[in-house]
Design a protein around this ligand. Structure first.
Ligand code: HEC
Length: 206
């Protein structure tokens, strides 16, 4: 029995001698039985990296990066969830209004041209498939929906006088009938750009 306790003590000393106490500081890397994901091929913030020519691990954001915070001076992507006011819901005190919101900052001619170009792009991506590139309701999907008795609206029949800009904006945001809403896919600014382009299409058809 004496030898058992002696050898247990010797074993304990041996284990502590080799592995040390928990929480001790060592100059050498610890023995890793399960390395898990301790070592990864990644760049740590503020550290050097041989991967890049200038040897710096921290990189500048790529050109055109949109910051999430509003105080950066660059307008962040805004989807307008739960916000009210003409820019966000197309309404002035509960009534659909006309005109482009001041938030779009259309001061110079070039700003308006840029917005229309964006509207044209976005209309081509999101709307033309059903409404057609000209907005006449004869897009590819519109054509096939027609065969099963679903009419895709000809957007030329929604003029400003009877269907204000704010209303078109709301249809784009929330959808109507079989048309789905785009408020989760298109930022507020892009939806207004499409409204502007819809007006341009209507004007060009006159
Ligand atoms: C999946 C096909 C589809 C897509 C994509 C689509 N629409 Fe529609 N849209 C429809 C259908 C169908 C209607 C008719 C809805 C109804 O009256 O029930 C409609 C109706 C409309 C109307 C008329 C609303 C009214 O008061 O009757 C407007 C304006 C309109 N869409 C604009 C757009 C714009 C702008 C886009 C792109 C952001 C778009 N639509 C994308 C199918 C689509």
């Amino acid at each position: 029995m004496k030898y058992f306790f002696l050898s247990l003590l010797a074993l304990a000393l041996l284990v502590v001698g080799v592995f040390g106490f928990r929480g001790d500081k060592f100059s050498q890397a610890p023995i890793e039985v399960f390395p898990d994901m301790d070592h990864q091929d990644k760049v740590l913030a503020q550290s050097a990296s041989g991967f890049f020519e200038d040897g710096m691990g921290s990189r500048r954001p790529v050109l055109g990066t949109v910051p999430k915070s509003a105080d950066s001076g660059v307008m962040p992507l805004e989807f307008g969830a739960g916000r009210s006011g003409y820019y966000f819901d197309g309404k002035f005190e509960g009534t659909f209004g006309n005109g482009m919101p001041t938030e779009l900052k259309l001061e110079k001619n070039a700003d308006a041209v840029g917005l229309l170009a964006r509207g044209k792009d976005m209309f081509g991506v999101h709307c033309a498939i059903c409404h057609g590139k000209a907005g006449d309701g004869k897009g590819v999907v519109g054509h096939h929906l027609g065969k099963v008795g679903v009419a895709v609206s000809n957007i030329h029949s929604f003029p400003q006088e009877t269907h204000p800009d704010g209303y078109i904006y709301q249809v784009i945001s929330d959808g109507k009938g079989l048309m789905g809403g785009y408020k989760h896919n298109l930022p507020v600014r892009d939806r207004w750009a499409i409204v502007a382009y819809v007006r341009a299409l209507q004007a060009s058809a006159k």
